[in-house]
Design a protein around this ligand. Sequence first.
Ligand code: 6PG
Length: 257
Amino acid sequence: MAAGKLSKPHLEILDDKHALAERAAELLTQTVSAAAAERGKYAGRTSVALAGGTTPRLLYQLLSHRPWHQRIPWDRIQWIVGDERVVPPDHEDSNFRMVYENLFDPAGVREDHHFRVMTELPTPQAAAADYMKRLQAALGITPGSGTTPSLDLMLLGMGSDGHTASLFPHTDALREREKIVLANWVEKLDSWRITVTPPVLEGAKRILVLVSGEDKAKALFQVLKGEWNPEEYPAQILRDLPSVAWIVDKAAAVDIT
Ligand code: 6PG
């Protein structure tokens, strides 16, 4: 990964988390509608990777209701959860459960249109390998070909430590360049995470990074304006990608405005 020169990121600062969710809903709807139209009726499905955590909840709830629900071509999209905690799918910490309850279920997304990490498999490594195989099949990638997917859209969040997806500071997944999904040991959480890897973020056609709240302000400054140090601030790997739009609220942007 070349050292990041600070290009001018696409940054939108919204008044609050509600305005952020509305803006993200509009951008997601525009992006997936255009991608589906471009693909045409019979080509592969438009692929969208979803963020976990709490910030995207409001967005997912909006997408399940008017006016956005009517505008999204649901039958032509496949939804991928970008990273997962190694807990059962009905556990309160499960990203899949959060996305299911706030988006897939209320929006009526059919089961064959969404993917979840099978965290019930015997080990995190088995879950990661299984997820990678299923994603490669869904995205038309031959296993072992080294082909990186080019997702039509990826939603990401950012932690107050500057992590994104489950690419946490000083963890192995940050350095992964071959596999598209990895089981990642996160010492500070004393737990495993399953996550897409940097090549998947770099290959996405469009990324929306949703950042809300004052607790993210220091990390957002470091990620967007600080010295290049992605081991310390993993979301910096996004900073020079032309595909990325940072959709943040005023509270998160307090140190960069
Ligand atoms: C997760 C997410 C993670 C999240 C950030 C921000 O599994 O937690 O994938 O990357 O986006 O931690 O989380 P909040 O939105 O809860 O602040």
